[in-house]
Unconditional design. Structure first.
Length: 282
């Protein structure tokens, strides 16, 4: 695969799939958007493989993902793997723990439901149960960020989205989020934030379904003194029911289309036009 010019790096974008199922059209659209934002500015496009999701991660899918992107006519510069960065996640978590910003949590989802937790943008908002009681080391524990304490430490911070403009970070909408999972070395929030800094990403490009997560990521950047990129939260492709395309809903796999002889370059152009039945792609 021919790389983009290494001399032009004013914009660095990334497409960051998790190899736990086939790529579908929603992935293709996000990859095309990120690729074109970089290419049109003479910048760099990175394909980051988020492969730390335990047994759900399938290494055999990585080559398939890259074949799909090549079929779409996309060019990339690097393919970093999250699994090579576990030490960086641990170092960041230990630093936050030493500052009293993390605390262990042994609660299950059922425990949180029983506590009468209210709903937030990413499910139930943790009511802080374990922050108020002694830690039981005999139980598996996640580590949560004390968001109120973190906000008092950094004060007000802003972030800029290409579409939504300048916003003040409001991470309290999530409550005390998990940064170190019971079953994985880092949550999405911690790993993605550290990875974007490590990859030199200047424009975080992803779907608008992750828009609210940026409030947490901006707080982590302030806490860890990381570079602050811009964000570009693009719209989502929808199916015939008006719901976003997703692996779990059986959206068509790109590999099936590729192996059936469909023209990937033509598909990429259709995605670029985005004149897809008013946002619906069949």
């Amino acid at each position: 695969m021919k790389p983009l010019s290494s001399n032009a790096a004013q914009i660095v974008t990334r497409f960051a799939p998790s190899p736990n199922g086939p790529m579908h059209l929603g992935h293709a659209y996000s990859a095309v958007v990120a690729h074109d934002l970089a290419k049109d500015a003479g910048g760099s496009f990175i394909v980051r493989i988020e492969d730390i999701d335990g047994a759900r991660s399938r290494p055999d899918l990585i080559d398939e993902y890259l074949r799909n992107l090549e079929w779409l006519g996309l060019e990339w510069d690097e393919v970093p793997l999250q699994s090579t960065r576990l030490d960086s996640y641990d170092d960041a978590a230990q630093a936050l723990l030493a500052r009293g910003l993390l605390y262990p949590c042994t609660c299950t989802r059922k425990d949180i439901e029983k506590a009468g937790a209210r709903h937030g943008p990413d499910g139930l908002i943790y009511p802080g149960t374990c922050k108020k009681k002694p830690f039981d080391p005999s139980k598996p524990a996640a580590f949560r960020l004390d968001v109120d304490k973190a906000m008092r430490e950094v004060g007000e911070v802003e972030w800029v989205d290409d579409i939504a403009g300048t916003l003040v970070a409001d991470p309290q909408m999530y409550g005390d989020v998990v940064l170190v999972r019971k079953d994985a070395p880092a949550s999405y929030h911690l790993a993605a934030t550290l990875d974007d800094a490590a990859d030199g990403v200047t424009l975080v490009t992803r779907g608008k379904d992750l828009f609210s997560a940026t409030h947490i990521h901006r707080l982590l950047q302030a806490l860890l003194k990381l570079p602050v990129p811009r964000w570009h939260h693009h719209g989502l492709l929808l199916d015939d029911d008006g719901k976003k395309l997703a692996k779990r809903r059986g959206s068509p796999a790109l590999a099936e289309r590729r192996e059936a002889g469909e023209d990937g370059l033509m598909l990429a152009e259709q995605l670029r036009l985005h004149k897809l039945k008013g946002g619906i792609f069949g």
